[in-house]
Design a protein around this ligand. Structure first.
Ligand code: BT5
Length: 261
């Protein structure tokens, strides 16, 4: 990809998981900028052991290897950089109503999931890459041409997933979307490197985040709490007001709930 750091693009017809592939490469010392894109994943993964579904040849399944020189506490901004680049590319493809549901979903105006982002880092075993900042592998699955209609979805995704094709009413060129995504990602990744850029990422996340301003339930490993999402911290974390206090959520599942429910 000219004029970007994404020169090494590896293409697979079928692979278990593009994230898994890049984590192995990162452990062996691969530099920032390696990209993997696949027509099909046999073990596409989501967060917390969940899986990512996509039939062969229909959707965009891509991972990038980043090595941002940032504090571990700022790593969510790498997820945000990828989500924002995808938003840019998706809007350019004609779907204006896309927004980010914190922490890692792209959704349509009805809250249906168009894409999911998965950031993984494997810090201890990645130390072999001397002189390089530790890696973070960020993968994204974007529903491009599947589902074509609601009836394509398996029962567990009915009403929950949506595609670019459904949203725009036309088939979308996966390769063009992929290249637009990488072009949009370059300045976003550059932004990770300096305080002003990181402030821009957090500000753009706030502007495009549908979670802020809504009533949420936050599910954490040690329990849940409800509150109103009021903002995004400089690190890209979700700020939630709850019973007179403010909590900053670093990681967790967030459910949008109706006010008063
Ligand atoms: C995610 O996890 O949303 C992150 C998905 C990341 C997938 C990409 S594809 C390229 C790269 N390589 C990988 O192996 N993974 C990444 P999470 O928030 O845990 O959401 C997973 C949940 O989303 C599942 O449990 C389903 O309920 C739902 N889901 C699965 N496939 C979906 C789809 N195509 N569209 C919408 N929702 C889906």
């Amino acid at each position: 990809m000219p004029e970007t750091r994404f020169a090494d693009i590896r293409r697979f017809r079928s692979i278990d998981s593009t994230n898994r592939y890049l984590l192995d490469e990162a452990r062996a010392g691969a530099p920032e900028g390696m990209v993997v894109v696949a027509d099909h994943q046999t073990a596409g993964r989501g967060r917390l052991g969940r899986s990512w579904e996509a039939p062969a040849g229909a959707n965009l399944l891509v991972s990038v290897l980043l090595r941002p020189a940032i504090d571990p506490g700022q790593r969510h901004l790498a997820t945000s950089a990828v989500a924002l680049a995808a938003v840019d590319a998706i809007r350019a493809a004609g779907m204006l109503g896309v927004s980010i549901k914190w922490p890692n979903d792209l959704v349509d105006p009805e809250g249906r999931k168009l894409a999911g982002v998965l950031a993984e880092s494997d810090l201890p075993s990645a130390s072999a890459a001397e002189g390089q900042p530790p890696p973070v592998v960020v993968g994204i699955g974007i529903n491009v041409n599947w589902p074509a209609t609601e009836s394509d979805l398996p029962p567990e995704l009915a009403g929950l997933a949506v595609s670019l094709r459904q949203s725009t009413g036309t088939r979308v060129d996966r390769e063009a979307l992929f290249l637009a995504f990488l072009a949009a990602l370059e300045p976003r990744v550059a932004d990770l490197a300096a305080p002003a850029g990181r402030a821009r990422l957090a500000g753009d996340l706030l502007a495009d985040c549908t979670t802020v301003g809504t009533r949420v339930r936050v599910d954490l490993p040690d329990g849940s709490f409800e509150g109103t999402a009021t903002g995004i911290s400089p690190e890209g974390h979700l700020v939630v007001a709850t019973d007179g206090a403010t909590r900053t959520v670093v990681a967790g599942d967030v459910v949008h709930v109706r006010a008063g429910s």
